[in-house]
Design a protein. Structure first.
Ligand code: NAD
Length: 489
């Protein structure tokens, strides 16, 4: 079994309390690693180390020097793609092809992009009605930033916090999800080897209710980037009131994929299936409500069901596997419980709905990809985020009804629209209440693209240049150059 330790002030170390817990491989149900169970004392030590790095070597570096460190860390991570992919697969249960072709390369590409924008936070000159004064704005680092990440894309989401925090000149104390801590801890080796000064990056593993809360409430932490459920997000927002901590919140979703009768059928089915099943449906922006125009509803549902039934659920380490395990027993219970509730509420199971019967998979947490038809938008399966391979199909008559159903949710992370009518696509893009709208595609990610959350899916913006600025304080400077004293009295 491997050890997963804390990373504080440039060193791997045990938790101050000496406690550990086991991380479980969800495909086998067997222990995978002994993980340090950090606590508030460890967070405090990490925050002090981060503050020292900010006031010291890291804070003194130019944007070009920071860029070189991040680019080097990206190269080192890329050189270890296989190792990181295997570890991510073992920890999360995701297929090795996804970890190798998506999680690690996309993490590298984001880190490279953050390396290229360390000087992109450019302030403005502001035109004020006084020729004797100059007004300009500046972006400056917060100092110590906190990061709290969920379990679905551990390495990628860690890069989405570490990358922009360091690019903007901050230091960071980050907590991976308790069930998937391994790659976030290991990636510290790449940053250290790339020359990141001690203290600029710190990783504290352990329970969210202890480590997460200690990060949000530590007085050194001026900004927290949280990605996780809306429920825990609410708690983080409450805690942020203590020190009026700046927050960037990326929360849950229940995104619609809307298929009109004029859509290209192949494109729509592929989009609906990939939109749902990237990372086995354990994806914040997953298209989990399939809204289909009534005239093509039966045919579209049949085509999606056939595709889902054809997918191979299996050992995540097998390159032929398309869908791996669900991350934990708790999440497995949540997903299977939702399917059961859907049935009780009157949905028809058109695909999946059960665990695979392969005897080799019985010790892990596997669920066949599931399509529930005959659903309405008020059923619990249509309203609650299930976070697994479960798609709920709902018919609609026309554009107006599609918009009404799509927007009838507390969430607003993403939407997908499938149509060949450009006017309709444009109308829909404007009408849908979500931070991202995909047209004739789904689940596309680029470091340049901003990723805002609407409604209860979040506040602020991450990714893209706009998201980069989330990791900087904004300041205005007014400078009198007239030489005149203020004429007040
Ligand atoms: P979660 O909310 O249970 O946990 C997220 C993180 O918060 C974990 O590191 C957890 O340990 C920590 N945490 C738990 N209690 C805490 C507390 N009291 N104070 C501070 N931190 C605490 O989420 P999860 O189950 O790990 O991940 C799934 C959720 O994440 C889904 O809701 C999904 O939609 C969301 N998500 C959102 C995005 C996005 O970009 N919007 C991306 C990925 C995942």
């Amino acid at each position: 079994m491997r050890d997963c330790r804390l990373f504080i002030d440039g060193e791997f170390c045990d938790a101050a309390g000496g406690e550990t817990y086991e991380s479980i491989n969800p495909a086998t149900g067997r222990p995978l690693a002994t993980v340090a169970k950090g606590g508030a004392e460890d967070v405090a030590r990490a925050c002090e180390a981060a503050q020292r790095a900010f006031e010291g070597e890291w804070g003194a570096m130019t944007s070009a020097e920071r860029s070189a460190v991040l680019a080097q860390a990206a190269d080192l991570l890329e050189a270890r793609t296989d190792e990181f992919a295997q570890l991510e697969t073992a920890d999360v249960g995701k297929p090795i092809t996804e970890a190798s072709n998506i999680d690690v390369p996309v993490s590298v590409s984001y880190l490279r992009w953050y390396a290229s924008v360390t000087d992109a936070a450019v302030g403005e000159t502001i035109d004020i009605p006084n020729a004797g004064q100059i007004d300009f704005s500046l972006y400056q680092p917060f100092g110590v930033v906190g990061g709290i990440a969920p379990w679905n894309f551990p390495l990628f989401l860690a890069m989405l916090k570490i990358g922009p925090a360091l690019a903007m000149g901050n230091c960071i104390v980050i907590k991976p999800a308790s069930v998937t801590p391994l790659t976030t801890s290991l990636v510290c080796e790449c940053f250290a080897e790339a020359g990141l000064p001690a203290g600029a990056l710190n990783v504290i593993t352990g329970p969210g209710s202890v480590v997460g809360e200690a990060i949000v409430t530590h007085p050194r932490v001026s900004m927290v980037s949280f990605t996780g459920s809306t429920e825990v997000g609410r708690r983080v927002i409450e805690l942020s009131a203590q020190n009026i901590t700046n927050l960037s919140m990326e929360l849950g979703g229940k995104s619609p994929t809307i298929v009109f009768e004029d859509a290209d059928a192949d494109q729509a089915v592929a989009g609906a299936v990939f939109g749902l099943l990237l990372n086995n449906g354990q994806n914040c922006i997953a298209g989990t409500r399939l809204l289909v125009q009534q005239s093509i509803y039966d045919d579209a549902c049949a085509a999606v069901a056939e595709k889902l039934d054809s997918l191979r659920v299996g050992d995540p380490t097998d390159p032929a596997t398309q869908l791996g395990a669900i991350v934990s027993q708790e999440q497995f219970d949540k997903v299977t419980g939702a399917i059961r509730r859907g049935r009780e509420e009157g949905a028809t199971v058109a695909a999946g709905g059960t665990v695979p019967d392969d005897p080799e998979l019985q010790d892990g947490w596997f669920v066949r990809p599931t399509l529930l038809t005959d659903c309405t938008n008020d059923m619990s399966v249509s309203r609650e985020e299930i976070f697994g391979p479960v798609l709920v199909a709902i018919p609609f008559e026309d554009e107006e009804e599609a918009i009404a159903i799509a927007n009838d949710t507390p969430y607003g992370l993403g939407s997908g629209v499938f149509t060949i009518d450009a006017d309709r696509a444009h109308r829909m893009a404007r009408a849908l209440q979500s931070g991202t709208v995909y047209v004739n595609t789904y689940n596309q990610v680029y470091p340049q693209s901003p990723f805002p959350g609407w409604k209860q899916s979040g506040t602020g913006v991450e990714r893209g240049v706009r998201g980069l600025l989330t990791y900087a304080r904004y300041k205005n400077v007014i400078w009198d150059v007239s030489g005149e004293a203020i004429a007040w009295f």
